[in-house]
Design a binder for this molecule. Sequence first.
Ligand code: CO8
Length: 177
Amino acid sequence: MIEALRSLQARVTGAAPPPETVTDVAEALEKLAATLEPFTVGERDQIAGHRGDLPGRGQAMSPVLHVDEWDGAHVLGRITFSRFYLGGNWAVHGGAIPLAFDEVLGRLASTGRTAARTAYLHVNYRKITPIEVELRVEAKVDRVEGRKRFLTGALYDGEHLTADAEGLFVELRPGQP
Ligand SMILES: CCCCCCCC(=O)SCCNC(=O)CCNC(=O)[C@H](O)C(C)(C)COP(=O)(O)OP(=O)(O)OC[C@H]1O[C@@H](n2cnc3c(N)ncnc32)[C@H](O)[C@@H]1OP(=O)(O)O
């Protein structure tokens, strides 16, 4: 279902259908939304974001990270921004890149440790990040100071660095949301 939704997002973004097709698609989507409405659950029980066994944790918000290496200290993986993430001139939208970094660094920050939240995320846009190209993602934990975890990450198109990020993730105290 989530994979189909990702595909739909990319198709909708890249399409210019005739008005009758727009109407048909809109009706079909409204029907689908109505089909799911009776199955609305609380956050704890929803599928999206909670299925570690599915690509992208089963959520369609950020692009899927395909993991090649992952431990408590570093991540190596691959990520492809579909057309859904198009900003302009075949470059990924500037807001989608921090989204991807937050997903990777945020998960790494909490791997094998108490959960942490993003306190800040600084992103440098070095070159255009292309749409529909498999990119290499690298991330690591640089240092831990008490509750503070400092992580860095980078996105590469081949040998070209397209963006890098530095984030602070603060360990949550018991009862902190
Ligand atoms: C499975 C999940 C995968 C995806 C995960 C993605 C992660 C996310 O996106 S989380 C959502 C986005 N983030 C948020 O909503 C966080 C909102 N902010 C907060 O909840 C709080 O401000 C929080 C938890 C970050 C820190 O608050 P609090 O626990 O009270 O910490 P606090 O005592 O103020 O600060 C702790 C230390 O961090 C430092 N610090 C906190 N915020 C910052 C900041 N923005 N910049 C610099 N330093 C900071 C403080 O100076 C302090 O340092 P020191 O111990 O040296 O004095």
